[in-house]
Ligand binder design. Sequence first.
Ligand code: NAI
Ligand code: MG
Length: 356
Amino acid sequence: MEKKIAVLPGDGIGPEIIKGAIDVLQVIEAKFDHSFEYNYANIGGSAFDEEGTPLSDKTIALCKSSDAIMLGAVGGPKWDALPVSSRPEQGLLRIRKELNLFANLRPTKYFPSLAPASPLRQEVIENVDLMMVRELTGGIYFGTPSERTTIGGKAGAVDTLLYTKEEINLVLKKAFEIAKTRSKKVTSVDKANVLESSRLWRECATEMAVQYPDVKLEHMLVDNAAMQLISNPRQFDVVVTENMFGDILSDEASVLTGSLGMLASASISEAGPSLYEPIHGSAPDIAGQNIANPLATILSAAMMLRISFEMEQEAQLIENAVDAVLNKGYRTKDILSADTTLLTTSQMVEQVKAEM
Ligand code: NAI
Ligand code: MG
């Protein structure tokens, strides 16, 4: 199969970890007789330095004409003093909007060989395997008005949480479709005891469940969900929720396995290209030292193969190789523990390739 991939390495460790993922994708090309075209472009601080903007129109056009996008990470102290509109994070917000990336998918998986990395007890996190599905382009982060205002003569501020049924159904459908390929359970998280938008969300979920008789739907209030995620995370399969709840819960879920350098994500578009990136940031403190963990980015590439290209076997080859490398005790510095072997970024990539 021929595919066009836009590659946006970004800042900090971005270029190092992206290189690892592309190396691994090249092994996939050779083994399965695919042909991927990689087109590189800037995003974030490096884009600001070279093009005067954190995300240029040219780069957006490149992304839109690609089959998928691989992103490293953006940001760093070098650009902290810039005005908000020029900051690296604006590149991320803009790309989500421009490409209509309505759902963010974050798998959280227990890696048996990394158990000591979690702040939680092993018996709690053992065999955790959940998928957070966060609505990404609506809700309170985008609703208007969002401004300073005067309320009864007193200075205040307002933000607006609003959703159309169409937006809710789009992300719910994605969650149900994913659940069909997993353990067939969807937990829809809301605050229906307080918020009208949540009551609408709950109605939509209940209606949609009728179309998926083999998937079990459960509703959960967000405060309870926050507690259940750390007290009994094994009960979850697919968790779907609105933008702000998802922002908070997905960060919470990401520490279950205690390894930022391991976790992948996908931001999905309905018709156009989707975007794949590790959940961690640009780690400026370790940039350029060849010590960053490339596995989150490599696993993001596997998600791209599975979701955007429907290459399940290829995705599994990468995921199995990562498991095997960890089982052999190979570690980058961030996940090093007693009796394991320290590798550099590039050595880790070589081990994954060898395993494949
Ligand atoms: P961070 O995720 O970059 O780093 C947090 C800690 O984890 C650091 O000690 C870092 O060295 C370590 N770390 C992160 N990824 C690692 C990896 N692959 N291997 C080994 N260690 C790793 O978060 P932080 O420090 O809060 O932010 C740094 C910059 O990244 C900021 O400018 C922030 O805005 C940006 N950022 C960008 C994101 C993105 O591009 N999606 C997401 C989060 C933060
Ligand atoms: Mg966040």
